[in-house]
Design a binder for this molecule. Structure first.
Ligand code: ADP
Ligand code: MG
Length: 157
C-alpha cells in the first residue's frame, strides 16, 4: 500500500464490544473517512501516528499531552455487526487519556502493516496479541526514518 495513508474525522461511538475491558479502548473513525484505506489497503492491523484535537469552537477537557502526535495501532476490517457489509477503522492510541474524546477530531497517518485479521479462541489470546501489536508498532516507529512523520504538516500545531 502507498504509505502514508491519511485519515481524519470526528470520533464515533462503537458498539462497546468491551475494548475498554480488554485494556485497549479503540476510537472509531466515521464511515465517510475510510475511502483512503478502502481504496489502498487490505484488512488487518496497522501502525502509525494519531492526533486528537477539539472540534472547532468547542471547549476541551484534553491536556497538552493529549493533543500531541502519538503512536497508534489501528484495526481495519469488516464489521460483523453489519453482516460484513461495512468496513471499520478503530484506533488505539498509545497514551493514557484521563477522559473520553467522543466527537473530537482525530487524524491518523497510517505508516505500515503489521498483520492480517485473525480469529481468537480466547480473550486471553486476543489480549496477548494486542500487546504484541503495540510492541511491533513502537519498534517500527522508533526507526529514524519515521521521525519526520510526527511533524508532518498534516498534523495540527
Ligand atoms: P467504543 O465501542 O464506543 O469505541 P471503546 O471501549 O472502544 O468504546 O472505547 C473507545 C473510546 O475510549 C474512544 O472513542 C475514546 O473516546 C476513549 N479512549 C480513551 N483512551 C483511549 C486511547 N488510548 N485510545 C483510543 N481511545 C481512547
Ligand atoms: Mg472502540
Amino acid at each position: 500500500a502507498p504509505f502514508p495513508i491519511k485519515l481524519s474525522g470526528p470520533v464515533q461511538h462503537g458498539f462497546g464490544r468491551g475494548s475498554k475491558d480488554l485494556g485497549c479502548p479503540t476510537a472509531n473513525l466515521p464511515d465517510d473517512s475510510l475511502p483512503p484505506m478502502i481504496d489502498a489497503a487490505k484488512t488487518g492491523v496497522y501502525y502509525g501516528y494519531a492526533q486528537v484535537t477539539p472540534s472547532q469552537g468547542t471547549s476541551s477537557s484534553l491536556s497538552d499531552q493529549d493533543v500531541c502526535v502519538l503512536p497508534m495501532v489501528m484495526s481495519f476490517g469488516w464489521n460483523p455487526f453489519y453482516k460484513n457489509e461495512r468496513m471499520t477503522a478503530e484506533i488505539h492510541i498509545m497514551h493514557e487519556f484521563k477522559t473520553d474524546f467522543y466527537g473530537y477530531d482525530m487524524k491518523a497517518l497510517v505508516l505500515g502493516y503489521i498483520r492480517p485479521e485473525l480469529h481468537y479462541i480466547s480473550r486471553e489470546a486476543l489480549i496477548e496479541d494486542i500487546e504484541f501489536d503495540k510492541k511491533v508498532a513502537l519498534k517500527s516507529m522508533a526507526r529514524p526514518e519515521y521521525e519526520k512523520y510526527m511533524s508532518d504538516p498534516f498534523f495540527t500545531v
